[in-house]
Design a binder for this molecule. Structure first.
Ligand SMILES: [Zn+2]
Ligand SMILES: [Zn+2]
Length: 153
């Protein structure tokens, strides 16, 4: 798979670039390529698939280099990690960094980010009352998407 260049991907990459610039961040070529691949992949994509997808454009990229690019994209809210799949998914709203919440179809892998910070805040807010320090917050609902429930896939 070459680094994707369809309009939807190009637009989202350009938008991420603008957000990065406004925050004084630098989207290097590799970070941009990794982000474009994650956007283009409509399902969560794992690091090894990213490495393989980068190869036509970049040749062999050392995994640590790609992990660093992923860390950058995660840290700044351009992508989320889907913990249950150990894979990455492009954030639906890069303008407002937040914790991601996801619906994940067990049959076809379709993944939808549920926007809305209210639940995330409620969850995070309930932890201190228990004397608990949250290090990582993951909300992933697994089930069947509408198409799979109706046997359309
Ligand atoms: Zn998001
Ligand atoms: Zn499905």
């Amino acid at each position: 798979m070459p680094v994707p260049s369809d309009d939807r991907v190009v637009q989202r990459v350009a938008h991420a670039q603008a957000v990065a610039t406004a925050r004084g961040l630098v989207l290097t070529t590799l970070r941009r390529q990794v982000y474009a691949l994650i956007v283009a992949s409509e399902r969560p994509i794992g690091a090894y698939d990213l490495l393989a997808a980068l190869q036509p454009a970049r040749g062999r990229v050392p995994p640590t280099t790609v992990y660093r690019a992923l860390d950058f994209l995660l840290e700044h809210g351009f992508v989320h990690r889907i913990e249950s799949k150990n894979a990455f998914f492009a954030c639906c709203d890069v303008d407002h960094p937040h914790q991601g919440q996801f619906l994940i179809c067990e049959a076809c892998g379709e993944t939808v980010e549920i926007p809305g910070g209210e639940l995330a805040r409620q969850l995070a807010g309930s932890a201190p009352a228990q004397g608990f320090a949250v290090l990582r917050q993951v909300v992933e609902l697994s089930g069947l998407c509408a198409a799979c429930q109706h046997g359309q896939r």
